[in-house]
Design a protein around this ligand. Structure first.
Ligand code: ASP
Length: 350
């Protein structure tokens, strides 16, 4: 009878951070392991920018989300249901860049992206650029389960939603004063860059990382050994021309396969698409026999960091091991499993 819980918080790996939970769950009860990890975005998240009240509110919401997902698993529910339950809590909160609280586009609207993947059979669903869907992750799930497609976009995705009985909401329900202010600031910064003769691409590149991150996501393992991953976002502040990030792109922002791992990403989406981040991490596990911790560290710190790809991921495998690496100052994150209590982290040193 051995119950080995090895909970390591690596405070700094080469100046960056990774939080890893390693579970060897030869559990006393013979119950199969269940586990969930969530994120609420990575970026310039530093203690100095938080009042005690703000920090408390973020920690409480992350705890609520991870525990909502865990409760599903604990009742014997499926990993897909745990993922959507946790993400719905974050989408419904104005604190995160997904659903309510989503960032603004250049045209002062909100365009939301989401995706979900079932590790059992590599089924997947995604929506991109939807404006009138309150919980995009739920629509992504409907795309997976009720359509013959993987990704639907814009008005077509909304028409599909109507056929599924999903009500269309006013885009204004996603409005928040905080994000509107961020849009004005982003526009001013880009204007300044343009006046220095930089093109749109270069001006956007010059925006500080906080305008490019904030997504939410979850990965979960259920009692049947099935893993799943999901991601939901408002994308990037001041995005234009129908820009779509990595979050709805299977293999970039989201990936799940029982034999390797489940990943949900947050960060500068263009890099995460180009480096196929979520799928690359799982491929390293599958074909190179790497642990999720090694694979995550390699991709986030060794591959993305040198090219300027900022962000992080949450990773989980079918034994309940979890790793939450990021190369930014902080990442909103939380985890809970049958062998480890609720963990909530925001800053690098958490
Ligand atoms: N990855 C998202 C995107 O590029 C943004 C984020 O993670 O906050 O759309």
């Amino acid at each position: 009878m051995k119950n080995l819980l090895n909970y390591t918080i690596a405070a700094a790996i080469l100046g960056f951070c990774s939080t890893t939970t390693t579970l060897e769950a030869k559990e006393q009860t013979n119950q199969p392991p269940i586990a969930i990890a969530i994120h609420g975005g990575a970026g310039t998240i530093e203690r100095s920018k938080f009042t005690p009240a703000k920090e408390k509110a973020y920690r409480a919401k992350l705890k609520e989300a991870v525990e909502a997902g865990y409760a599903v698993l604990n009742k014997g529910g499926e990993s897909l249901d745990a993922v959507t339950a946790a993400i719905n809590v974050l989408e419904n909160s104005p604190m995160f860049n997904a659903g309510k609280g989503a960032v603004y586009t250049h045209n002062e609207t909100h365009q939301l992206d989401a995706s979900i993947m079932d590790g059992k059979n590599r089924q997947a669903g995604a929506v991109a650029g939807v404006e009138r869907i309150e919980n995009p992750i739920n629509l992504a799930r409907l795309v997976m389960e009720k359509s013959v497609h993987v990704m639907l976009s814009g008005q077509g995705a909304e028409q599909f939603a109507v056929t599924q009985g999903v009500p269309l909401v006013d885009n204004k329900i996603f409005d928040t004063a905080k994000r509107f202010k961020a849009l004005q600031k982003a526009k001013a910064k880009m204007q300044k860059a343009k006046s220095l003769n930089k093109d749109y691409q270069a001006a956007h590149q010059a925006l500080p990382v906080e305008y490019k991150v904030g997504t939410v996501g979850a990965v979960a393992l259920d009692k049947n050994g099935n893993i799943a991953a999901g991601t939901s976002t408002g994308g990037m502040t001041n995005k234009r021309f129908g820009r779509i990030g990595d979050s709805p792109v299977i293999g970039a922002g989201t990936f799940a396969e029982n034999e390797s791992c489940a990943v949900s990403a947050t960060g500068h989406g263009e890099y995460f698409i180009r480096y196929n981040v979520a799928a690359d991490i799982c491929a390293r596990v599958k074909y190179q026999g790497k642990t999720i911790e090694q694979a995550g560290k390699e991709v986030i710190h060794d591959v993305l960091m040198p090219v300027g790809g900022t962000g992080g991921v949450i990773i989980l495998d079918n034994k309940g091991n979890m790793s939450l690496p990021f190369n930014t100052k902080g990442m909103y994150r939380a985890s809970k499993s049958s062998t480890s209590p609720t963990y909530v982290g925001i800053f690098k040193q958490d």
